[in-house]
Design a protein around this ligand. Structure first.
Ligand code: FAD
Length: 325
């Protein structure tokens, strides 16, 4: 069984930042990633633009140069990929971690390919794998997706977009501009206040001029082959429909965290138990890094403010045992 000082689960921006930090401190480590490098970013919409400016997405002070102040997905892929390749980080791709157990202060990590042992484990698995479902009949139809990729697919089609946050609004605008007939179904009374400040006026104007039809205070009740039923303040309404994008957010894999023994708060936030100064969880030697730390509050942590976790964790690991390399 291969032994590492640190096994990092997840090769997103923050898992990579942890790997870099471990390398700088001369500790043996491996990053295990179930998909390609920065798998979540790879699966973002192809034209997606970050709300952060590029310097705020930098890790370890490595300059991130982008064409515009706020980089696009493909520039971020380029940036993080170059960090991995130029620094020859130890990352094993398409290798999913399925189990972690601890015995006698040593962790045993089982992946889809092999079993490792490690003194410390960092969980940086993000929140993009599990969508918040809307739990209505028809949600499993092939015309429904919780991930949006490319507007071309929806041209000349009747598209319903469910949601009021950045992902839903970006998709609605892009698809409308490529010729979709877009309806936006919003549970609350308005477009989300956290929508990017330069995008919000655009969607509000498109709604006001009637280009995109918004149903406020409304929820989808049922999805059928050729129509959807929406519950509106005026009662139920059936509208013709070809495709549904249910972009109602994502959540961390709580089952995985609980399986590792990490305690979660009892309230709806389901916050994992960790020390905010060291990022160490209630299981000694098991750390959390990145957006996974926010539980259901997935807007709380992002790359900008969680990239510091790498430093904090490695400080904690090296302070506690400065002799082991
Ligand atoms: C559409 C969108 C736009 C965003 N825009 C911004 C922005 O502008 N600025 C900003 O700072 N943040 C932004 N965020 C938030 C932030 O970019 C992401 O959440 C970011 O990817 C978080 O990094 P992470 O490393 O914590 O998690 P992730 O990037 O999600 O990485 C987790 C990795 O773990 C892997 N993984 C999961 N489970 C396992 C397993 N069992 N075994 C092995 N690997 C596993 C996943 O494949 C994934 O690659 C955005 C998020 C979204 C969804």
């Amino acid at each position: 069984m291969e032994h590492f000082r640190i096994v990092i689960i997840g090769g997103g921006p923050i898992g990579i930042a942890c790997g870099l930090e471990a390398k700088k401190r001369g500790l043996s480590y491996v990053i295990l990633e179930k998909g390609p490098i920065v798998n979540s970013l790879f699966n973002y919409p192809i034209n997606m633009q970050f709300f952060s400016s590029s310097e705020k997405l930098e890790i370890d002070g490595i300059p991130f140069i982008s064409k515009e102040a706020k980089p696009k997905r493909n520039e971020a892929l380029e940036y993080y990929r170059r960090i991995v390749t130029s620094n020859e980080l130890h990352i094993r791709l398409f290798e999913k971690v399925v189990n972690v157990e601890k015995a006698n202060d040593i962790f045993e990590i089982t992946s889809s390919k092999q079993t490792y042992s490690a003194d410390k484990v960092i969980v940086a698995t993000g929140f993009y794998d599990l969508p918040n479902t809307i739990d209505v009949p028809g949600e499993n139809l092939p015309k429904v997706s919780h991930y949006y990729k490319d507007p071309h697919f929806y041209a000349n089609q009747k598209l319903a977009v469910i949601g009021a946050s950045n992902s839903a609004i970006d998709a609605a605008l892009e698809c409308w501009r490529k010729g979709s007939d877009v309806s936006l179904i919003i549970r609350g009374p308005e477009v989300g206040q956290r929508v990017k400040y330069w995008v919000r006026p655009d969607i509000v104007n498109r709604i006001e001029e009637g280009s995109i039809i918004a149903f406020y205070n409304s929820e989808v009740r049922e999805i059928k082959e050729n129509e959807i039923i929406i519950n509106t303040p005026e009662g139920d309404l059936a509208i013709e429909n070809d495709f549904v994008l249910a972009l109602t957010g994502y959540m961390p894999n709580f089952e995985f965290l609980q399986h590792l023994g990490i305690e979660l708060s009892d309230d709806e936030k389901r916050l994992p138990n960790y020390n905010p100064e060291t990022m160490e969880t209630n299981i000694p030697g098991l750390y959390l890094a990145g957006v996974i730390c926010g539980g259901m509050e997935t807007h709380k942590w992002f790359i900008e403010n969680s990239r510091v976790h790498a430093h904090m964790i490695l400080d904690s690991i090296t302070e506690k045992n400065t002799t082991t390399v």
